[in-house]
Design a protein around this ligand. Structure first.
Ligand code: SF4
Length: 585
């Protein structure tokens, strides 16, 4: 029973920052579909677990994907996953609630079902006394379809108000024959079995017929006032990947509207926590940790962020913001970050050339990037991390080489000003088209072409001296695109990957290629070619797998932004005080 022993050791090392409730008679297991250190670093997971656990009707437990060695042991011994708090088999719960932030974790669902002894497909569980399987989290409110065959009901949107409504409805109707129909009445609930997809002769989604009790379009739920709900570390453990930090969510959404970024559209309109709330939360955190991790899409635009950094510095702590938009870093913020001992800073130009930054609507000039780097280096922050993407729509080779030119100018500028540069890391990610963005119709560039561009850039950067290129593999991005843009037919591919034991990037890539070969040789008739979801441009008039969700962002607006990208036209950042253009305000 070393699995239970490890769980008990982990629980013993945790510090719970709130009073735990004795629990009610609705048993819920909240599952993070990846390993414990990743789950415990996820604020979304901690917040959802706390929402369930603090509901007097609910007895809530946690569970995670077992570690690799545990999985191997369990497959040998037949041991089953049990929950953290009460060591209950997952099949004993009334409800299992997956909290899924990353679509790449969709891969782990078949493993969790297997190791829990629960059939993965809803259709195979129906009427057999298994728990109701629910899922929520930012990944599913972008596109839940790749796992729709595994999940009985999705909660689309932010859970603070929606989850208690769902629990109330579940407590009222559990055991009823029409339970799913009753639960579907919760605003934001999506029941896949109430929809029937049909495909045309080219394999494209032709229709998504609705046969449920409410309305076909699912309204994505958001909360208006973030200050009403705490989203900060609730259970601390050194074993979390951010173990040395107390995490505080500062905002949801982003005003800048970069055309590749899902967070900039799916959480519209932008909402910030008040600086009073953030300062109070950071001070509370400093009694537990020396580092305050400020979480959100873009932190330099958070109102009062410089004052928060200064307040943390004055109390001997360090503020660690997730990402900073170069032109929004004020001298005061730069100084405060340096004063708090920040040793590295992340700046996200995303594209090397001015032209490409206009295509992606980055609203950031080369001059502003050079100024921000000079300011941070001037404050003694000597380690620079620069985020760039490759394979973006409209990209040409000289745009990729412009990444090296820009990096070169940052280093040359530092030398001229005699500023110390300890390291420069170029973090390069292949473009992954995301639902609900202006680039949702665009295809991912094929892996061979991306590899050529990465090699070209690596050679150009090697001439600059101490620059490290940290490039994500196009193969990983290929899988991410498939689970990001795919429809229900992806569930069969996930099952095939699971059956083949493909759970690392290399194995996944090889199994996906094997699937493609099988399809070509008609050996696999029930599988869709992964390329269909990855390297195929979606037509503008095509029904998209996620179109049934209402994100309050008009489709014509996304299309007009796509057109502007082609003509290298930028759009102004959001002004929620007077703008209504995209439909979200
Ligand atoms: S309506 Fe305007 S301000 Fe509001 S989210 Fe849309 S673009 Fe931004």
């Amino acid at each position: 029973m070393f699995i239970r022993k490890r769980a008990l050791e982990r629980i013993a090392r945790e510090k719970v920052l709130y009073e735990r409730s004795p629990g009610g008679d609705v048993s819920v297991c909240v599952i993070y579909p990846n390993i414990y250190p990743l789950g415990m670093a996820n604020l979304g997971f901690q917040a959802v677990f706390h929402i369930f656990e603090s509901d007097p009707r609910v007895a809530a437990d946690r569970a995670f994907l077992p570690d690799a060695d545990e999985r191997a042991q369990m497959r040998k011994t037949g041991e089953r996953i049990v929950s953290f708090e009460r060591a209950r088999p997952l099949s004993d719960f009334d409800l299992i609630a997956f909290s899924i932030s990353f679509e790449t974790d969709y891969l782990n669902l078949p493993s969790i079902f297997e190791l829990a002894g629960i059939p993965a497909r809803s259709a195979e569980r129906k009427g057999r006394g298994y728990p109701l399987i629910v899922a929520g989290g930012s990944a599913v409110f972008l596109n839940p379809e790749p796992i729709a065959e595994f999940i009985d009901l999705f909660l689309i949107g932010e859970g603070e108000e929606m989850a208690p409504e769902f629990i109330a409805r579940f407590s009222e109707h559990r055991g009823d024959d029409d339970l799913l129909a009753r639960l579907a009445e919760v605003e934001g609930a999506y029941v896949p079995e109430h929809y029937a997809p049909a495909y045309d002769e080219r394999g494209r989604l032709r229709s998504f017929a609705y046969r449920g009790p409410t309305k076909p379009r699912v309204n994505r739920r958001l909360i208006d006032d973030l200050d009403q709900f705490k989203t900060a570390s609730l259970i601390l453990t050194e074993e979390s990947v951010f173990g040395d930090m107390y995490l505080v969510e500062a905002s949801r959404g982003c005003q800048w509207g970069c055309r590749f970024c899902a967070a900039g559209f799916m959480y519209r309109p932008i909402r910030y926590r008040s600086s009073e709330n953030l300062i109070a939360e950071a001070r509370h955190g400093l009694s537990e940790r020396k580092v305050i991790g400020l979480v959100g899409a873009e932190m330099a635009s958070v109102p009062g962020v410089a004052e928060i950094a200064t307040d943390v510095a004055e109390r001997g702590g360090r503020l660690s913001p997730s990402s900073l938009k170069a032109d929004c870093i004020s001298p005061k913020l730069a100084a405060a970050l340096a004063e708090t001992g920040a040793r590295s800073v992340t700046i996200a130009p995303e594209a090397g050339s001015e032209r490409m930054r206009k295509v992606i609507n980055k609203n950031l000039t080369e001059e502003q990037i050079l100024e921000a780097a000079a300011m941070m280096l001037g404050e003694g922050v000597a380690n620079l991390k620069l985020y760039f993407m490759v394979g973006l729509p409209e990209e040409r080779d000289h745009d990729v080489l412009a990444i090296a030119e820009l990096t070169g100018k940052i280093i040359a500028g530092a030398r001229e000003r005699r500023q110390r540069v300890a390291s420069v890391t170029v973090s390069l990610n292949p473009f992954v088209p995301k639902p609900w963005t202006p680039f949702q119709w665009d295809r991912m560039e094929d892996a061979r072409s991306l590899k050529r561009k990465i090699a070209m850039l690596r050679s150009a950067l090697s001439k600059l001296g101490p620059v490290e290129l940290d490039a994500e593999s196009p193969r990983e991005a290929y899988f991410q695109t498939m689970v990001s843009r795919g429809d229900r037919r992806v569930s069969r591919i996930l099952e095939r990957l699971h059956a083949a034991g493909a759970d690392d990037p290399g194995a996944i890539w090889h199994e996906l290629q094997a699937i493609r070969r099988d399809i070509d040789s008609a050996a696999a008739v029930d599988l869709q070619d992964p390329d269909f979801f990855v390297t195929r441009e979606y037509a503008r008039d095509e029904l998209l797998p996620w179109d049934f969700i209402d994100h309050h962002v008009e489709k014509w607006f996304l299309e007009s932004e796509r057109k502007k990208a082609h003509f290298e036209h930028q759009s102004p950042p959001c002004d929620v005080t007077r703008c209504t253009v995209c439909g979200a305000c």
